[in-house]
Design a protein around this ligand. Structure first.
Ligand SMILES: [Zn+2]
Length: 78
């Protein structure tokens, strides 16, 4: 995955965002669940799916201009 040469094209940047965005979302969901707002993590977990979907959409729409890695960017199984 990481070969030392990081591609700076928009799509690869979006791919790199997926992990941190999921972690941040999880953290926020647990935090909200901890606060006494009437929603627990059990109510809020679908937000995570929505966020992952949004990142996927951003990834699909992001430009691959300047892509320097091997193969097609953002396609699994390469
Ligand atoms: Zn790229």
């Amino acid at each position: 995955m990481s070969n030392g040469m990081r591609c700076r094209c928009a799509r690869c940047m979006c791919s790199g965002l997926m992990g941190p965005v999921v972690l941040i979302t999880l953290g926020v969901l647990f935090l909200v669940g901890k606060m006494n707002v009437g929603y627990g993590f059990g109510d809020l977990w679908p937000v995570l799916l929505i966020v992952i979907g949004l990142v996927k959409i951003a990834q699909a729409m992001a430009s691959t201009e300047g892509h320097t890695g091997p193969g097609q960017p953002g396609q699994p199984g390469q």
